[in-house]
Design a protein around this ligand. Structure first.
Ligand code: GLY
Ligand code: MN
Ligand code: MN
Length: 462
């Protein structure tokens, strides 16, 4: 076993220990299916993150089985010269134990024969609930086969349990291998944002017809030239008013001098995401109104960063950002003091949501919106009032611990409207960085691209 396969073996052993501690059983974990795009074309293959976390293996049609005893089995595509000529080399079951450190490997063609054998006499079958379409039905089919044999003395699992919770807890705290990749991914993505900013200013200086898709192309170029396999999610490149559409994509809209451009883009590197947003003036110079709102979002991000440290809760950075933004909305006249009162009233009423309607962060890791419970396990739900005024039961949010990775991404989005100061119309600003919680506070992994407005202007001049 090489160093990297021993890493996955250690993770599998931790799963086996957790299964044992929870009463035993066997865990079944398929990877992701291939996805058809149109006719006989497929999307580029992307493994299932849980599966990859425990194997480092990225061939489709693979399964991992972990028994509480510690035994691990891989099912994978059999060697097939004809298919390998068209689609590429397959590892094959014979080579899998040495390459991946599993105890046994079989052809996936034997799945339906093997599964009832593996499940026989196990107390519990663990698999990821509600993540793989049809998996529940498949498991039921294998259990039915076992049930038919109980008269012969074969034991059928008495319970089915969700594997996700157990794996989510492991993935929530990143190990040193993961942190190293996340840092590299953050660095590449930051360089891509720098490249896009420079391209925007250079194209406008040269009088070229610059479009959102030109910057999208620059991002992808920078991702790929540093070895990233793909964008971690569809990049947003939003010129002018498009920035107020939260899930906008890069389209053909022109980058106009005097307007802002919001880019939310990050690469995926070796199975790990990065997630950066920067907002910059297309020609490299903020107008006074843009600068006023930009400074406000930046202050909100700084407040959120200060609240991202061990012992704080997941919602503390959000609450810190909201307070700064809400005060800023009153100070800039986005919200009228007469109508909305003071900052506490604006927070209480939720009036700030007219201009800031999303949360300030999410877990990040293998998936850009990574797994992990946002509430503190083992705590009791308490009564709260949600955004719509309804009473809901909520558990307190998660206590931050070293090794967690989350984004910090406040924003402000001003759609034209009655009573909204005209100079702010159609301005959409978000600033997003990825933070690793450390023993002392947090480390930002994505600051290879500046956030200070003067630094952005200087970079775009150069
Ligand atoms: N890029 C996705 C997000 O910021 O949540
Ligand atoms: Mn994000
Ligand atoms: Mn983002």
């Amino acid at each position: 076993m090489n160093t990297s396969s021993s890493l996955y073996a250690r993770r599998r052993a931790a799963v086996a220990r957790a299964l044992k501690a929870a009463g035993g059983g066997v865990a079944l974990l398929p990877t992701a299916p291939e996805q058809s795009r149109n006719r006989d074309s497929h999307y580029a293959y992307r493994h299932d993150s849980y599966f990859y976390y425990l194997t480092g293996f990225d061939e489709p049609e693979s399964w991992l089985l972990i028994e509480a005893s510690g035994k691990t089995t891989l099912l994978c595509r059999p060697k097939n010269l004809e298919r390998e000529i068209w689609d590429g080399i397959r590892l094959g079951p014979k080579a899998a134990p040495a390459a991946l450190g599993v105890d046994a490997a079989h052809s996936v063609e034997r799945l339906d024969t093997l599964m009832p054998q593996v499940l026989a006499n196990q107390p519990t079958v663990w698999f990821p609930f509600a993540t793989h379409h049809g998996l529940q039905t498949q498991v039921e089919g294998w259990l039915e086969q076992l049930r038919a044999k109980v008269r012969l003395g074969v034991g059928c699992p008495q319970s089915q349990r969700d594997l996700c919770g157990l794996l989510d807890e492991m993935r929530l705290i990143k190990d040193s291998h993961e942190v190293a990749i996340l840092k590299r991914a953050g660095k590449i993505s930051a360089q891509a944002h720098v490249r896009a900013m420079r391209t925007s200013a250079a194209m406008l200086r040269a009088g070229l017809d610059a479009r959102e898709y030109h910057l999208d192309a620059e991002l992808l170029h920078e991702f790929r030239r540093h070895g990233s396999q793909a964008a971690a999610y569809t990049s947003i490149v939003a010129a002018g008013a498009n920035a107020c559409v939260l899930h906008y994509r890069a389209g053909p809209a022109p980058l106009k001098a005097g307007e802002l451009c919001l880019i939310d883009a990050g690469c995926e590197l070796d199975g790990y995401a990065s997630d950066i947003t920067r907002t910059f003036p297309t020609n490299g110079r903020f107008t006074p109104a843009q600068r006023q709102l930009y400074d406000l979002v930046l202050q909100a991000q700084k407040a959120a960063i200060a609240a991202t440290r061990p012992g704080k809760r997941f919602m503390d950075p959000h609450n810190a950002a909201v307070r700064v933004l809400a005060q800023g909305m009153l100070d800039t006249g986005l919200l009228s003091k007469q109508k909305h009162g003071r900052v506490d009233d604006v927070i209480e009423s939720g009036a700030y949501r007219q201009f800031y309607m999303h949360r300030t962060g999410h877990w990040m890791g293998m998936d850009v919106h990574d797994c992990g419970d946002y509430t503190e396990p083992g705590t009791r739900a308490r009564q709260e009032t949600d955004a719509t005024g309804q009473t809901v039961m909520r558990r307190p949010s998660r206590i931050l611990r070293p090794g967690m990775v989350l984004t910090i991404e406040p924003g402000i989005y001003v759609r034209p409207g009655k009573g909204v100061p005209r100079e702010f119309w159609n301005i959409g600003i978000r600033i997003e960085d990825d933070a690793l919680v450390t023993a002392q506070g947090c480390q930002l992994l994505t600051r290879g691209v500046p956030v200070e407005p003067d630094e952005i202007e200087a970079l775009m001049r150069g």
